[in-house]
Design a protein around this ligand. Sequence first.
Ligand code: AKG
Length: 291
Amino acid sequence: MNDALFPGAPQAAYPSVAAHLRLAVESIERDGWAILPGQLSAKACAAMRAAIPGLLAAETAEIGGPENMKRIGDEGVSRSPFLRDERFVEPAALPDVLAIARHFLGAVVQLNLQRVVVNVPGLAHGAGVWHRDHSYQDFTTSRPVSLTALAMLDGSRVENGAPSLLPGSHRFEKFPTFDYAKARAVRALCAPGDVLLIDSAIFHRTEPNPGPDTRHAVVTIYTVPLIRQNVDYPRLLAGRWADDPVLGPLMGYATAMPASDLDYRRAKLERGRRVARDRSVAPAPIPAKDA
Ligand SMILES: O=C(O)CCC(=O)C(=O)O
């Protein structure tokens, strides 16, 4: 194909992104989605898949049985699996995913939630309606404020209920007409271990699984720290990974809500931060914590 561009026409470029991720970054920006191939090994996928029934059983018992899971639309959903089983940290902290998240969301990327979606043949799933990942937030932003990574443990094919996406819909407040959606929706087809990475504002849905095989996806959502976490991970983790340079900030330790204005000020003092000031004025020394 001829790559010539009209003289003087401005062109996008992504010099700060690693070369192997540039096409994915541009695709997420323009279309709202991209597939990152080969992110998880077959062994890691198999280990997580094998752990999911036990996680679901424990969570179902905790909420009072399958009827209650059904009543809250959480059938086939395991929540925060990484809290019970550390193997699920791997899909939450994949270097390529975090690099793209930092490109869009900035240096401080917060884990909003992690869940497992289990798409069982013949069973309707709660994620089977067209949705964005932050419910009721129907505004658009000039760049993503949230990304969703779907690690496809079994791959995703038409035969196992691969999700549908509506490319470009992250840029529009309103869902289009169903005629448009029907004409323009695409299926996200992945090999086992691939990650489907989307702007969380793109409309998408789980499709019915015709069977015979169940499909498992580990869904991890990352946000700018202005958006509150789905659950209070710093409290639940009680210091676990607090000093880890990758997991500490990701879990939200650095951006957890301060209990008071005094705590907020003390945290700023500890970080040595001050607001922008006139550079011609010499900065005042920062007082010691208990001064
Ligand atoms: O893997 C899928 O089917 C998509 C799941 C989904 O839409 C969600 O978790 O929000």
